[in-house]
Design a protein around this ligand. Sequence first.
Ligand SMILES: Nc1nc2c(c(=O)[nH]1)N[C@H]1C(S)=C(S)[C@@H](COP(=O)(O)O)O[C@H]1N2
Ligand SMILES: [Mo]
Length: 324
Amino acid sequence: MAFIHVPKPWQSLEQDITSESIFLNRRRFLKGLAATGIVGSALPLLSCQKAPTAEELANTERLRAVTNPVFADAERPVTNEILAATYNNFYEYGSSKTIWKNAQSLQTDDWTVEVSGLVKNPTTYNLDDLQKKFPLEERIYRFRCVEAWAMVVPWLGFPMNALLRAVEPTSSAKFVRFTSYFDPNVTKGPSFPPAQFLPFPYTEGLRIEEMANDLAFFAVGIYGHTLPNQHGAPIRMVVPWKYGFKGAKSLVKIEFLATQPATFWNTRSPNEYKFEANVEPDVPHIRWSQEKERLIGPGNQFAWEEVPTQIYNGYGEFVGGLYT
Ligand SMILES: Nc1nc2c(c(=O)[nH]1)N[C@H]1C(S)=C(S)[C@@H](COP(=O)(O)O)O[C@H]1N2
Ligand SMILES: [Mo]
């Protein structure tokens, strides 16, 4: 496949967001909320948080990658980098959206990912091995959380099917379990419910045909550099036609299995979070509709723009065949 270079829209965004402009927008937003009477309990807490500097967010290195032209345009503007990096879900570091600071406790040196189970070539990769063996590409994907917020981010990484070719699953491999890093001294979890009541380590699963789909991706970077911890450093899953919780972060293990594995959210709350978890506007969550979604940004996390949810998050031409 030939790759072409496209300009990176977030490179300019990165510079024009100052902590002051975030602060001013937040004040304007809070005033707006006061007028409507919607003032949530999380807001006083948030208003104490200063926007992080690029250095605080980062702990990152620039990465070289070619843009995959099929995924060079997500038909929506790319989300502001600082917003994406300060509005996260990562229960290992707490249940608020502002875990980015707690996540800095993760140590990613000498990271390895064990690939095992029903494969011909079980392998433990270190991060360098992965990046040497699998050429990095950049893909701009829409991203849809089950909570109905959405963003558009440029990931850097490699397709999951490249790993499949290397490890060669046997014919009895039907499912894959992905396990996130867990060490109770580092990944302390939320204060409520406490970590010991949650089914850690965080795991997710795919059918092997889903993993083999062209869209399924391992990300080692975002916005042109390695992943900041809060986005799931140093390697995470990205499956953009499914709800965001299917994309387990900070992967340490990938196992090929004969039967469907238990997964974190499905174990915790099976009525709310299905194993398949495809983005489907007509299938409501038990507590809210999924017909619309809120794009975070552009100025701050609360300046939502509401847009209709698309079936398979707009990726039906790639994955529709898996579900007929
Ligand atoms: N290990 C782990 N992976 C996780 C989560 C988590 O709590 N722990 N949250 C998921 C959810 S619900 C979402 S929406 C995305 C958020 O990714 P982001 O914070 O990089 O935007 O990560 C997913 N992966
Ligand atoms: Mo999510």
